[in-house]
Ligand binder design. Structure first.
Ligand code: HEM
Length: 412
């Protein structure tokens, strides 16, 4: 039953380098030689104790795309945007999203024909897009999906680390055409909301306390609002898509765990196994597999034996940390029980959402979404993995390629 899950390049070579060299090395590609660090000490340094020595803003496609988005700004500018964004994602707000998340999940599942084979990578993206757009911008994108789907995929492809090496030499005509469509879509939403906000004659118009409204009320320009919206749209759905798809892939390969999980979600209000499965999926397949920084002030690693000069690019590898046999027993195995009974992991050895003051702003939202969507789908449908080979593709997120094909049947 177990399908072969293998690492696509360049994850395999990275692991070989980690095994042979250790927790500090430099990728030897001419013209692109980032330093890679991993493990609890390095993570703590980059994320907390020496974070003032690194910058998020870099010369790469992510900064080019997101311009002044919260993900790629530093200092006071970053803190200002972050504060504005935190309100709608605060854990206290999450229960208010539950019904909507279930409704969007059901809506996508209603289109599945009984017994057909679907790709859970595609279906997860559909669900995640509907949810993020509704939650943050009160926008129902169902009818617009055909128009924005390809522009979103092309934009994500543009920011994939694999493309960074050739970035300057890359023909960008196709990408720019797609980005124009996406930008046009976002600016239209901003304009519509501004008109609603200022049109006092329509006293019946309800002002929504969503993220878009927060950004407008804070007096940000259309351009700055676009940058934050695009950041949240990409960061908030591509990650959830990967998490859901990898979880289905993992369940497909572990029929016993899959069966126990279905039994739990169908009989218990709270499923401990569901939490463990999601955590383990995030460990083995962290959607954000590397954190990208520019070193502003020389940094030392490995007790002073290694250093990175100012100006260099630094990746802290979540993927390598999560698969380090020095930290994890049976590091390569899918083993949700390792997280049973609230078992704790050493600090900075499990970092699917990064850490420190710039840890993922949507961590609670993303985990709640995964729990709600998975629970609902497993309760309403049976999924059978079609036993094909999957490899981990290093895109903007870690993606299961060529997809997660599953036969789906409605439960009675
Ligand atoms: C399973 C879901 C998710 C995962 C695994 C994930 C992972 C991460 C990681 C690892 C970082 C830190 C990256 C670094 O240190 O370089 C991050 C930052 C960020 N994430 Fe997420 N994320 C998820 C969901 C979300 C969602 C749902 C949103 C928005 C609704 C979101 C928005 C952001 C933003 C804006 C940042 C940058 C924060 C800052 O720099 O202050 N993420 N995410």
């Amino acid at each position: 039953m177990a399908a072969l899950l293998k690492e696509g390049s360049p994850l395999g070579p990275l692991k070989v380098m980690a095994r042979q060299i250790g927790r500090f090395f430099q990728i030897p590609i001419p013209g692109f030689r980032p330093f890679v660090v991993f493990g609890p000490e390095a993570n703590r340094k980059v994320l907390v104790t020496e974070r003032q020595k690194v910058l998020w803003r870099n010369t790469d496609p992510v900064t080019d795309l997101l311009r002044r988005g919260v993900l790629v700004t530093d200092g006071e500018e970053h803190d200002r945007y972050r504060e504005l964004m935190e309100a709608p994602l605060h854990p206290a707000q999450l229960p208010g999203y539950t019904r909507m998340m279930i409704e969007q999940t059901d809506r996508v599942a209603a289109a599945w024909k009984d017994g057909e084979t679907i790709d859970m990578l595609v279906e997860s993206r559909r669900i995640a897009l509907l949810i993020i757009m509704q939650a943050l911008f009160s926008k129902d994108v169902w009818n617009d999906l055909p128009r924005i789907w390809t522009p979103i995929l092309k934009t994500i492809q543009y920011i994939s680390p694999g493309m960074w090496i050739f970035w300057r030499r890359m023909p960008r005509v196709g990408y720019k055409r797609h980005l124009k469509v996406l930008d046009g879509y976002l600016y239209q939403m901003i304009g519509d909301r501004r008109r609603q906000t200022t049109d006092h004659s329509q006293s019946s118009v309800v002002r929504r306390p969503d993220l878009l409204q927060h950004l407008i009320d804070a007096g940000l320009s259309d351009e700055l609002i676009r940058d934050q919206m695009l950041t949240m749209l990409i960061a908030g759905h591509d990650t959830s898509t990967a998490l859901l798809a990898w979880t289905f892939a993992s369940l497909g390969q572990h029929p016993k765990i899959h069966a126990r999980l279905v039994e739990e979600v169908c009989s218990l209000d709270k499923s401990p196994l569901l939490d463990q499965v999601i955590k383990e999926s995030l460990r083995l397949y962290p959607p954000i597999h590397i954190g990208n920084r520019r070193v502003a002030d020389e940094m030392e690693f490995s007790d002073g034996r290694d250093s990175i000069p100012a100006g260099e690019r630094l990746f802290y590898s979540i993927y390598l940390t999560h698969r380090d046999p020095g930290i994890w027993e049976n590091a390569e195995s899918f083993c949700p029980e390792r997280f049973a009974h609230g078992r704790k992991t050493p600090p900075f050895s499990y970092v699917p959402f990064g850490g420190g003051p710039r840890a993922c702003i949507g961590a609670a939202f993303g985990q709640a979404e995964a729990r709600i969507v998975l629970r609902r789908l497993l309760q309403t449908h049976r999924f059978e993995f079609t036993n094909h080979r999957i490899h981990a593709h290093m895109g903007a997120t870690l993606e299961p390629r060529p997809g997660v094909k599953m036969k789906v049947m409605k439960r009675n």
